[in-house]
Design a protein around this ligand. Structure first.
Ligand code: ZN
Length: 126
């Protein structure tokens, strides 16, 4: 993320659920280390054209967009940091239902990254 002629890392990243017209939706959150302005960077990809759209929001606008996207979070980077204590590599979680004779008998939880790697974290049987 960038502001005040400096480039810095997001403090948290919210991974948002896909919509029909947008995938890989992410909201990067940070405060500028120079001027302390609250910032949010929204990014999404059009699944048809594969074009990436990005937009910065500041202060009140950043708070408003956080409020709006709160309901659409599928996972967050901070959530993964606390959970697995290995933030590098893993980017988002994925739950896959285990089915037997048409009934869901459990859930396999995977940690995935954007290179398509998948690691089984936990298997839960109901
Ligand atoms: Zn700044």
């Amino acid at each position: 993320m960038r502001h005040c002629n400096s480039v810095f890392c997001a403090e948290d990243i919210w991974f948002l659920i896909d919509t029909q017209t947008a995938t890989k939706r992410k909201l990067y959150l940070a405060s500028c280390p120079i001027c302390a302005k609250e910032m949010a960077l929204y990014s999404e990809q059009n699944p048809e054209t594969l074009e990436t759209y990005e937009k910065y929001y500041y202060s009140g606008g950043a708070r408003k967009i956080k409020e709006k996207f709160k309901k659409e979070i599928s996972s967050t980077l901070q959530g993964f940091k606390t959970k697995y204590r290995a933030p590098y590599g893993f980017k988002y979680g994925k739950n896959i239902e285990i089915k037997k004779e048409g009934k869901c008998i459990g859930i396999k939880q995977y940690a995935c990254d954007f290179w398509g790697n998948k690691v089984l974290v936990k298997t839960i049987y109901e």
